[in-house]
Write a protein that binds this ligand. Structure first.
Ligand code: SAM
Length: 286
């Protein structure tokens, strides 16, 4: 905790233009409430302030003796990684650029977390869908491909709402946010209600207005089709391959679920075969 509170990211590094401002410990502790747990990846980890709080909150929440959940930290600056490895040796540290590293090769994560550089900070690449200028949106776009859920600290003006430091919560979506949501299909939401303005004056060298935003990536069609363990997702992957539209998939799933709820018994393989035949019939009509 002493290192996290006192190691100055700008002492030996030009941190301003790199957008490297570490999260105050108090804010990271509050933020950890919104990180849902599971196998976690911190994208742009710095010396690991967020990862440290998320890891140890998860450790105590699980109770002693429960198996440890893996946490992976990605950070580009080797000096920060060197400190991070000592602060949180429990994490797997990788010194790499998030835009230039095979993140998918690390497997799928339950949760992605980040306090990334903000706005037009220079970057070596882009997210797969978003084409705007905000670093935070490119990073969230990338996260949506490798995790089921994400929690992020982003500038208040990039969040789809204002909550921190104002009298009451209100929605307010910038043009850039609307573009991000339209291009990626991702909708950011408020977390459990951390007012980040309490910590505004303890960042080092800046006093940013930020919000904690969360996103459920699991519900996105592209991820539903990817999950290897969920039978519904397997079916959806098959249907997507056969070009069945999403609303049709939803209708069939709802019908099968309703039948199951009503106690109508069916044998799994023939039902699937019937459904596929129905899809093929309806897509050949179009
Ligand atoms: C705002 S700081 C936050 C650090 C840490 N997450 C925290 O909360 O204290 C952003 C970090 O991202 C790192 N960074 C910037 N661009 C990166 C990239 N393309 N890949 C990996 N790390 C990057 C910076 O070196 C910096 O440590």
């Amino acid at each position: 905790m002493f290192v996290l509170d006192n190691w100055h990211e700008g002492a030996n590094h030009i941190n301003g233009s790199a957008g490297a401002f570490f999260t105050p410990s108090g804010l990271a502790g509050d933020f950890a409430i919104d990180a849902c747990g599971g196998r976690t990846i911190d994208l742009c980890a710095g010396i690991g302030v967020l990862a440290f709080h998320v890891f140890w909150r998860g450790y105590y929440a699980r109770g002693q003796g429960a198996p440890e959940r893996e946490i992976v930290c990605i950070e580009r600056n080797p000096a920060y990684v060197e400190v991070g490895r000592k602060v949180l040796p429990e994490a797997k540290w990788i010194c790499a650029d998030v835009f230039d590293f095979d993140l998918r090769g690390l497997g799928h994560f339950g949760c992605a977390i980040a306090n990334p550089p903000f706005g037009a900070t220079p970057r070596s690449g882009s997210g797969p869908r978003y084409t705007g200028r905000s670093f935070e949106f490119h990073l969230i776009d990338i996260a949506s491909d490798i995790a089921d859920y994400g929690a992020f600290i982003i500038p208040q003006m990039s969040a789809p709402f204002e909550y921190s430091g104002v009298q009451c919560y209100r929605e307010r979506k910038s043009e850039d946010y609307l573009k991000f949501a339209e291009q990626t299909g991702i909708h950011l939401e408020a977390g459990c209600g951390v007012d980040c303005s309490y910590h505004r004056d303890v960042w080092r060298g800046v006093a940013p207005n930020v919000e904690v935003v969360c996103a459920n990536f699991e519900d996105m069609p592209r991820n539903k089709a990817r999950s290897p363990t969920d039978p519904e997702a397997e079916l959806r992957a098959l249907w997507t391959e056969k070009r069945a539209p999403l609303d049709r998939q939803d209708a069939i799933i709802a019908e099968v679920a309703a039948k199951a709820k009503a106690g109508i018994r069916f044998v799994e393989p023939p039902v699937q075969a019937d459904l596929l035949a129905e899809i093929e019939r309806s897509s050949s009509k179009r």
